[in-house]
Design a protein around this ligand. Structure first.
Ligand code: SF4
Length: 191
C-alpha cells in the first residue's frame, strides 16, 4: 500500500533509534491532515463500542472488576507515556491506538525534559504492549458469561479496529519505524 508523505522544511525530524550514518536522507514528519483527524475520530467508534460495552458488562458483574479493568487501562497509558518520549507528535495531535491519548498528554508533562533512550523506550513499549493485551483480553470471560455473542462481537470489533488502524494510520505515522505496533504493520503490509 502506497502512502503519500507530505514533506515540509518545517517538519524535519530525525526518527529516534536510527543511526546517523544509516540516514541517507533527512527524515520528515508526516503532517496529519484534517481528513486524517476526522478519520481517527471515526475509527475510534470501532474501539469505543466494544470498550464501553465491556465497561457496562463488568460494572454489572462487580465494581471491583470494573476498577481493575480501568486501572490496567490507566497503566497502559502511563507505560505508553514513556514510549512517547522522542515521538514527533507528542504534545500535538497524534493517532494514539486504542484511544491511549492520555499517554501523549502525560508524557508531555512528566517526561517533558527527557530525551529518547533506546532502553527506556523498549522497557516502556514492552510494558505498554503487555498491559494492553491484558486489558483487551480481560473482559472476554465475563462477556462470554453474559452471552457468547457479546464475546464474539467484542473480538470482531477490536480486530476490525486494529486492521483499520494499522493499514490507515501506522503506514503514514512517522514514529511507526520505532514503535513495535508500527513495525508490525510495516511487515504485515510489506511497505
Ligand atoms: S503517536 Fe503514539 S508515541 Fe506518538 S505521542 Fe501519540 S501515543 Fe505517543
Amino acid at each position: 500500500m502506497k502512502t503519500t508523505i507530505k514533506q515540509s522544511p518545517l517538519s524535519h525530524h530525525k526518527i529516534p533509534g536510527k543511526e546517523e550514518s544509516a540516514m541517507t536522507h533527512q527524515e520528515c514528519t508526516y503532517r496529519w491532515t484534517g481528513i486524517d483527524k476526522q478519520s481517527y475520530l471515526l475509527s475510534l467508534i470501532l474501539f469505543l463500542i466494544p470498550f464501553v460495552g465491556a465497561v457496562y458488562v463488568l460494572a454489572n458483574v462487580s465494581i471491583y472488576l470494573l476498577l481493575t479493568f480501568i486501572g490496567v487501562y490507566v497503566l497502559v497509558n502511563i507505560f505508553q507515556a514513556g514510549a512517547c518520549v522522542g515521538c514527533p507528535y507528542r504534545g500535538k495531535f497524534c493517532p494514539a491506538i486504542f484511544g491511549v491519548y492520555f499517554s501523549n498528554v502525560i508524557s508531555s508533562i512528566i517526561y517533558r525534559n527527557r530525551t529518547f533512550e533506546r532502553r527506556f523506550f523498549n522497557m516502556n513499549a514492552n510494558l505498554a504492549s503487555i498491559t494492553s493485551i491484558v486489558v483487551l483480553l480481560f473482559p472476554i470471560y465475563w462477556l462470554a458469561l453474559s452471552g457468547w455473542y457479546y464475546a464474539v462481537g467484542y473480538l470482531v470489533f477490536l480486530t476490525a479496529y486494529w486492521f483499520l488502524f494499522s493499514s490507515f494510520f501506522c503506514l503514514k505515522c512517522s514514529y511507526s519505524d520505532t514503535c513495535p505496533g508500527g513495525r508490525t504493520a510495516h511487515k504485515l503490509y510489506k511497505k
